[in-house]
Each structure stands twice: as C-alpha cells, then as structure tokens.
Design a protein around this ligand. Structure first.
Ligand SMILES: Nc1ncnc2c1ncn2[C@@H]1O[C@H](COP(=O)(O)OP(=O)(O)OP(=O)(O)O)[C@@H](O)[C@H]1O
Ligand SMILES: O=c1ccn([C@@H]2O[C@H](COP(=O)(O)O)[C@@H](O)[C@H]2O)c(=O)[nH]1
Length: 241
C-alpha cells in the first residue's frame, strides 16, 4: 500500500457528524466507525491529534441557551466538546489505541490539562491526542481551536471531517445546486464568505501557512484517501499560482 503523505495531522471532527441520523447526541455506531478509520491511519504511523466540535450536544440545548449570557453559553458549548472527546476516546481505546484527552478547561478528574509540550510528547509516543474544550475561551469555535492546536503542535495539515464532502459555492444543505470546489485559496474562502469554517480559523491557517482539507467523515475510507494524497474533498491553501 502507498505511504501516507503526512507524519502529524490535526483532525477536526464536527460534533454533528457524531450524531448520525439523530437530532442530537452521540450515535455509538457512528463513533465506532469513525474510530476504526482513525485507527487505520494511526496504524500506518501517522501521529493524530483530534479536536471535536460540540454542535451535536450544544444545538440540542439551543432553547435553554436562548437569552443567556453569551460567555456562559459558550462555556456550556466547550463542556459539550469534552463529552464528545470522552466518547471518541472510549471508542478508540476499545480498539486498543492509546489516547489522551487534554482539556483547555481545568477538569482534572476527567482529563489532563492542555500543556503544549505534553501534547507533543504524547504524539511522539504514538498516543492519539484528543483536545477538549476548544480554545478554553468564549467567543471562539472549535474550528479555531483546530487551527490553533495544529499550529502549536507543528501539524502538517488540518483535516476538517464534516457532514459535507468539501467546500461548495454555497451551503449544499440549503442549496442543492451548489458546486464543490476541488481547491481554494484562504483568501477565496474569506472573500466569498464560504461558511464551512469560520473566518478566524481560516485566517490563523493562512497566517501560518497551514493547509486544510475539508472532507466528509461519513464517507467510508475518505480519511485514509486524504492521507494518501488521493483526490478527496476540498483543499484550502495559500494562493494557487
Ligand atoms: N460553502 C459551503 N461549503 C460547504 N459547507 C458549507 C458551506 N456553507 C455552509 N456550510 C455548512 O457548514 C457545515 C460545516 O460545519 P460543521 O457542521 O462541520 O460545523 P462545526 O462547527 O465544525 O461542527 P459542529 O457540528 O460541532 O458545530 C456543513 O454541514 C455545511 O452545511
Ligand atoms: O474555543 C471555543 C470552542 C467552542 N466554544 C463554544 O462551544 C460551542 C461548540 O463548538 P462548535 O465549534 O460550534 O462545535 C461553540 O458554539 C461555542 O459556544 C467556545 O466558546 N470556545
């Protein structure tokens, strides 16, 4: 089999991708399938760090969050990502993969605190590192946490695994006629206001020359195909000559 193109990656998993066909929460079978795909990549020797979103839990609480103080609601969202991190950790460890959850919020009984050098050490030892609680700051998103952690740990690539199979001319969920891009520059995403990742996350990647590939985590084998450099999803990187 061909060798992966990367040795250290940051995988951003959309929280909503974990809920399968449900309205909210975690679908165990979906998480187990994603865990198997992660293990396949890990078995090739690629170091994998993961940032998980919280949309599957947090959007289920949207009514409760209405009218709340924004920062308080954001802390609820960050705690939701910790629950997802534990669900993914459990699924990976059932497959025999060593993992560590590192949380940006202090909850020592549940997860190690985020310490950059520790995260790198875990990766070097072959552990899958799962970053919980986003950046630890309200007014941010887990996409931004993914860009930030990727830069911090010197990852070679941010992989955004989501429900759609790339970046489209418009939201493909509400605009079925939208067309998928094969590649885009950071500035095209920003100028065209393509909503697949927020502007802060894209800007951080642009400023640090961190390439991004957006792909469908629901498509079997897609994660491995991205690792092997095969045509999959949309690649976002610096200006295309
Ligand atoms: N131009 C676009 N191309 C592709 N997807 C788009 C575009 N504009 C909006 N989207 C939407 O962006 C979503 C991707 O964001 P995603 O659901 O992964 O959110 P997230 O914040 O990363 O994760 P979470 O579900 O945890 O909140 C897709 O489901 C898609 O419907
Ligand atoms: O750094 C962060 C990351 C996340 N949040 C809050 O959590 C939710 C869920 O994250 P998603 O990226 O939408 O999946 C988000 O809406 C924020 O409320 C945060 O405050 N800071």
């Amino acid at each position: 089999m061909a060798a992966p193109l990367y040795s250290r990656i940051l995988l951003k998993l959309s929280g909503e991708a974990l809920m399968g066909d449900g309205q909210y929460g975690v679908d165990r079978e979906v998480v187990q399938r994603i865990a198997r795909e992660i293990k396949d990549v890990s078995d090739t020797g690629v170091q994998i760090a993961i940032v998980i979103g919280g949309g599957n839990i947090f959007r289920g609480m949207a009514k409760a969050a209405e009218g709340m103080d924004r920062a308080t609601a954001d802390y609820m969202g960050m705690l939701a990502t910790v629950m997802n991190a534990l669900a993914v950790q459990d699924a990976l460890e059932h497959l025999g993969l060593p993992t560590r959850v590192l949380s940006a919020l202090h909850i020592e009984q549940v997860a190690e605190p985020y310490i950059r050098r520790r995260a790198i050490r875990h990766l070097e030892k072959g552990r899958v590192v799962i970053f919980g609680a986003g950046t630890g700051n309200p007014f941010f998103t887990t996409d931004t946490a993914a860009s930030l952690r990727a830069v911090e740990i010197n990852a070679e690539l941010v992989l955004k695994g989501t429900k759609v199979d790339g970046v489209y001319t418009d939201d493909p969920v509400s605009h079925p006629e939208a067309m998928r891009y094969r590649e885009l520059s950071y500035s095209q995403v920003l100028e065209q206001n393509l909503q697949v990742m927020d502007a802060t996350a894209i800007t951080l990647c642009r400023d640090n020359d961190m390439p991004i590939i957006v792909f469908s985590i629901n498509k079997s084998g897609a994660l491995m195909r991205v690792m092997l450099g095969e045509e999959e999803g949309t690649s976002v990187r610096r200006e295309i000559a």
